[in-house]
Design a protein around this ligand. Structure first.
Ligand code: ADP
Length: 471
């Protein structure tokens, strides 16, 4: 079965609501109306009975109504009140007098009925005749030692007619109301959903190759406009991510192509020209360097890919940065010395953060490694560890070649190398600082850099330090 469209669902919902509401109102009104007119009729009969008793006299055992025939009010009342009336003698159960209506409808009570009604207190009884329903009030009365039972009533047909015409009206009103609601809601739902359909159409035209397209924003600032704005923002992020991915793929291809071309060239030349084993050894040794660079790059790429896909867990352990940096300095001193560099370290004691010691070590190591790499012989690299409030600061400073201002905003991007010609090409693929930035972000820290070309650079990492409980 085909699923219902949103428009159909909205229309159905609206119709059901309207029909439930209309039926509910109709039921309540029906109840109020029927109870109201029934009560009015009962009260009217009660008034007729008590009025009629006032005019009833007995002359030689026969009932007569004594009233002023010149008073139109009294005449009208007597005419109305005596339309449905009967008078029985209780003792014999004999009918003494009655009006035309009960006579023609052949309303008769047996002596047993009369006896029964006489014994109960005054009340009402509804009689069904062939023509109509009649409500009668019966009251016992005693005149001159004899007891009588008086019946006074009225036809219930006016009530029934009123209720019938009310129900007839409802039978038209409810279906017409529901039909009207269906037409209106179908039209309204169609109108309201028009922009959604337009959004859907525009969205379906957006493909990966056309991520620069945006959904139309009407400027009404309603929910649909908000949806379009949010969708457009998502598209913007997607476009940026796809562009980065394309750039990344292009960079990887480029980075891999160069060393592979070198390896291939060297191998071809060796095959064509080399004949001594010493020459082969030299070619292989040169190729080893390229293999090393390739391996390093692929390892870094793998780490970066794992890190960005959330596969890497960052531990939360106490890391004593001061001790770590001191150990690192001692380990790197021989490397610095081999480049005729002075490596010094100024560490405040026991600066402790909560984090992953392997990643913190990796990031510090990379910054120091870069500082050594981009320094000139005879220069110096200084590492400082300090604490400001609840922030641990690691600063790596060199007086090397510096970074051009136009390159500064890009150095944390993947594969970015500021003027690769300045450094030994085989040393790095421009991935190290992206890893450093990722690690700093994972520790909820920040990294900034100041650099003057020709004078040196200063990288500063700020990491939230852990408050150590003295106990
Ligand atoms: P690589 O692995 O090639 O060193 P990085 O991501 O670590 O790549 O650094 C990116 C670029 O930033 C480097 O190629 C270099 O141009 C510049 N850079 C980083 N650190 C320094 C520094 N201390 N002095 C000068 N330039 C630097």
């Amino acid at each position: 079965m085909r699923p219902l469209t949103l428009r159909t669902k909205l229309t159905l919902f609206y119709c059901i609501t309207v029909s439930v509401l209309l039926t509910g109102f109709a039921l309540v009104y029906y109840r109020v109306l029927s109870v109201g007119i029934d009560r009015d009729l009962t009260q009217d009969i009660l008034d007729r009975t008590s009025g009629l008793r006032g005019y009833l006299r007995f002359e030689e055992g026969q009932p007569v109504f004594l009233f002023d025939t010149n008073d139109p009010g009294e005449v009208t009342f007597i005419n109305r009140a005596t339309r449905y009336y009967q008078l029985y003698e209780i003792r014999t159960g004999r009918l003494l007098a009655e009006s035309d209506e009960p006579r023609s409808s052949q309303v008769r009570f047996s002596p047993a009925d009369i006896q029964h009604y006489a014994e109960t207190s005054p009340d009402f009884v509804d009689i069904h005749t062939d023509l109509e329903r009649i409500r009668l009030r019966y009251e016992a009365m005693t005149v001159g030692g004899d007891s009588y039972l008086l019946f006074v009533g009225a036809s219930m047909r006016p009530i029934e007619d009123t209720i019938d015409s009310f129900l007839e009206g409802l039978a038209w009103l409810i279906p017409s109301g529901v039909l009207l609601a269906a037409i209106t809601s179908w039209f309204m739902a169609g109108k309201a959903l028009e922009p959604v359909a337009a959004l859907g159409k525009a969205a379906s035209e957006i493909a990966v190759s056309r991520l620069d397209r945006r959904l139309p924003v009407q400027g009404t600032n309603d929910e649909l406009d908000q949806l379009a704005i949010q969708f457009n923002e998502t598209l913007g992020r997607l476009e940026k991510a796809v562009a980065e991915m394309k750039q990344f793929t292009a960079s990887i291809s480029h980075e891999l192509r160069t060393p592979l071309a070198i390896l291939r060239g060297e191998a071809e030349v060796a095959l064509m020209q080399t004949n001594s084993s010493e020459q082969y050894r030299r070619v292989l040794a040169s190729q080893l360097e390229e293999f090393e660079k390739l391996t390093r790059m692929i390892n870094q790429l793998l780490t970066l890919a794992r890190a960005e896909s959330g596969e890497v867990d960052i531990a939360k352990e106490e890391v004593n940065i001061s001790a770590m940096v001191q150990t690192l300095t001692e380990e790197l001193e021989p490397v610095a010395a081999s480049k005729n560099l002075n490596l010094s370290c100024y560490c405040a004691p026991d600066v402790i953060i909560s984090g992953d010691s392997a990643w913190v070590e990796r990031l510090v190591l990379h910054l120091v490694d870069n500082a050594i790499k981009f320094s000139r012989p005879g220069g110096g690299v200084t590492i400082r560890v300090s604490e400001e409030g609840q922030t641990a600061i690691v600063q790596v400073e060199d007086d090397g070649i510096g970074i051009p201002p136009e390159a500064l905003p890009h150095i944390f991007e993947r594969f970015y190398r500021a003027d690769p010609a300045r450094s030994n090409r085989s040393e790095g693929a421009g991935l190290g600082l992206s890893l450093v930035k990722w690690a700093v972000d994972q520790h909820h820290g920040s990294i900034d850099v100041e650099s003057v070309p020709g004078k040196g650079s200063r990288f500063r990492v700020k990491l939230p330090s852990r408050i150590i409980n003295p106990n």
